[in-house]
Design a protein around this ligand. Structure first.
Ligand SMILES: Nc1ncnc2c1ncn2[C@@H]1O[C@H](COP(=O)(O)OP(=O)(O)OP(=O)(O)O)[C@@H](O)[C@H]1O
Ligand SMILES: [Mg+2]
Length: 630
């Protein structure tokens, strides 16, 4: 049932962008501040050039002018008459600019952190909200482990990318362009070297990324598998131990973990090779610049001006810009890498956000509670795959009066659970209709419908917290008296009181510290606290002994007489007192009637009854739990 990798999510970015919400301002501030940081950083080499030029100058002059030079434009800013003072003032300006740049960088980092963590938190909440509203059919599409990965690791990947986007995606191109302009304005001749190395670098980068991308994607898919297998294993660790499957599981994990390692190595290899290659090009570039620029400076005799009109200071500034340009290119490569790594995460997140919730309130749903506990199935067909060729329930016509007690019995997989799940609209019918209180379940607001139905699921769970907190899920405003009343009807009160802390005893996650039968009784009490009009017990007393089972049924009858009760069971003794018993077979109703009628009319019922009776006399303790023949 688990889905493979997400399909390419359309409009995904737009969907994610809507989660930025009130973190737009810090995002914009982070981008603006990083731009300021770059501006100051880019001007520093220019000042350095003036210090070097003046410091190295052997000219006998008594005025030193600080000028902003861009290409042929020279804008004098101030003039000093002492060489040392000039150098000190320029040095001070440099320090101030470096400090401002630093402050901008720090502030930008802070705003980017605020924005990205806020964005991630919004995204996580949106995902959680969506998952909480999933119908059972939606939940069938995603496995739990993968949802956990999506809400944690995937959101963190997106968060990191977002941080990168607001900072580096502004910083790198901005710095590249500014530094390139500065370098060209210092020496268009030397900039020709870029004309050769830059395209080479960009081609190398693109080739590297093109080869690495699919490898990273493959690695991420496998990573996903590894995460899923780990989580599934940890959730089911008790079953692993019970079947002494540890060695197999360890081997399986080792295999998938080694595959991840292999794929990761093959992807990282490209990067590891690409970076020294890029550095080689950078240093080659620097060497050529020093060679051509420096040779003329040396040849010019005084070491100050070369033939192209380049000073030593200019050459040093030029080299700084080379470094800035190359660094920004490296950053661009990093951004691409991060974006690729997080694209798979984005697809997976968008897949959850895009999942169409198939069970929702109809726009014209009536805001009323069901009038009574009557249930009508009118020619119902149902299929989990929404395919009329593969029906799980076929042509169900069933009418239950309010207050009736109905037993449902049938072999494993005969669709007992499927049948009752249609009543609280956990799934929708494919054809026909299910009515509660005389109204189609699709006409109610879901909250209203479910408020009237107490359902104890076959795979029930309790949550961490005290017994009382768990029971109060049924009714958050229940008094202690009401809680005890429900617990007594479910035959849970006595064992709860036997715990040292009674109703305040802590339950571990999933209720692992109570026995199977105790857990079932707590779940029944929890549903009873709702005072439902319809109570559905899906194999809910399978783990309790026959005497307690009978006591629960008589408690229900006595205390909740008006409630329609549906009891699904494997043991005939659990249903034989019911007003009517439904025998399910292969997704169809095979027979309906009371115990006596069914003994006479239904062969399946009679056979099972006989075998269970025999089972009881053979083994009194088992209570006649026989396998049903299909
Ligand atoms: N979520 C699901 N998705 C797809 N098929 C399902 C799903 N749940 C059940 N089925 C299929 O529907 C059929 C009926 O299952 P159902 O759980 O209703 O049987 P059941 O009578 O309650 O059995 P049991 O006595 O074991 O609880 C089975 O063939 C099962 O494989
Ligand atoms: Mg079932």
């Amino acid at each position: 049932m688990k889905r493979d990798m997400a399909p390419k999510a359309k409009g995904g970015l737009k969907k994610l962008a809507s989660c930025v919400g009130r973190y737009k301002t810090p995002s914009v501030l982070a981008a603006l501040l990083v731009a300021c940081e770059v501006v100051f950083e880019v001007f520093i080499p220019l000042i350095m050039a003036q210090i070097v030029n003046v410091g190295m100058s052997e000219e006998l002059t008594d005025s030193f002018t600080f000028e902003l030079a861009l290409g042929d434009m020279h804008q004098p800013v101030f003039t000093l008459h002492n060489r040392i003072s000039f150098i000190v003032v320029c040095g001070a300006i440099m320090v101030v600019m470096a400090l401002i740049s630093l402050a901008c960088g720090v502030l930008s980092g802070k705003f980017a952190a605020v924005a990205s963590t806020g964005f991630a938190s919004n995204l996580r909440q949106k995902l959680f909200y969506k998952v909480e509203n999933f119908s059972f059919a939606n939940l069938d599409h995603f496995n739990t482990a993968s949802l956990v990965t999506r809400l944690t690791t995937d959101v963190t990947n997106i968060q990191n990318s977002y941080m990168m986007i607001v900072r580096t995606l502004v910083r790198a191109p901005f710095m590249l362009i500014m530094a390139l302009c500065m370098a060209i304005s210092i020496s268009p001749d030397l900039s020709i070297i870029f004309g050769i190395t830059l395209p080479l670098l960009i081609i190398g980068l693109l080739v590297g990324l093109k080869v690495a991308f699919p490898r990273f994607e493959r690695m991420l898919h496998k990573y996903d598998d590894m995460n899923e297998s780990t989580q599934e294993n940890l959730i089911g660790i008790r079953a692993v131990k019970a079947f002494v499957r540890e060695d197999n599981e360890i081997k399986r994990f080792k295999k998938v973990s080694e595959t991840v390692q292999k794929l990761q190595f093959s992807a990282e290899k490209i990067i590891v090779i690409a970076f020294p290659f890029m550095q080689l090009l950078i240093y080659a570039c620097i060497l050529f610049i020093i060679l051509f620029g420096g040779r003329d400076i040396i040849n010019s005799g005084n070491g100050i001006k070369n033939a192209a009109g380049l000073t030593l200071g200019d050459l040093m500034a030029f080299l700084s810009y080379v470094m800035q340009i190359m660094m920004s290119l490296m950053m661009v490569a990093m951004i691409f890498m991060t974006i690729v790594m997080s694209r798979a995460s984005m697809d997976r997140i968008v897949e959850v956000l895009d999942e169409k919730i198939d069970i929702e309130d109809a726009p014209d749903a009536e805001d009323v509670l069901p009038a009574d506990g009557s249930i009508d199935f009118d020619n119902v067909d149902f299929s989990y795959s929404r395919n009329s060729d593969v029906l799980n329930l076929e042509n169900i016509d069933l009418h239950i009066k309010s207050g009736e007690t109905i037993g449902i019995i049938g072999g494993t997989g005969s669709a007992k659970t499927t049948l009752v799940q249609l009543i609280p609209r956990l799934y929708d019918v494919l054809d026909g209709s299910v009515k509660v209180g005389g109204v189609d379940v699709r006409r109610y607001k879901i909250d209203n419908l479910r408020a009237a139905i107490g359902m104890v699921l076959q795979k029930n769970v309790l949550f961490s917290g005290t017994i009382k907190e768990n029971l109060m899920w049924g009714n958050p405003n229940a008094t202690q008296e009401e809680i005890e009343h429900a617990a007594k009807a479910a035959q849970a009160h006595d064992f709860i009181m036997s715990f040292p802390k009674g109703y305040d005893s802590d339950l571990s996650q999933g209720g692992v510290n109570v026995s199977g039968g105790q857990k079932q009784r707590l779940c029944i009490a929890r549903a009873l606290l709702k005072h439902p009009k319809i109570m559905i017990l899906d194999d809910s007393t399978s783990a309790v002994d026959t005497a307690t089972d009978a006591a629960i049924r008589s408690g229900l009858k006595k205390e909740f007489g008006d409630t329609t009760v549906i009891i699904i069971a494997q043991r005939i003794t659990s249903v034989q007192d019911a007003d009517r018993i439904i025998v399910m077979n292969n997704g169809r109703i095979s027979a309906i009637g009371n115990h006596q009628q069914l003994l006479e009319t239904s062969e399946i019922y009679r056979d099972v009854y006989t075998s269970q009776q025999k089972g009881r006399s053979d083994d009194d303790n088992e209570g006649g739990k026989q396998e049903w023949q299909r």
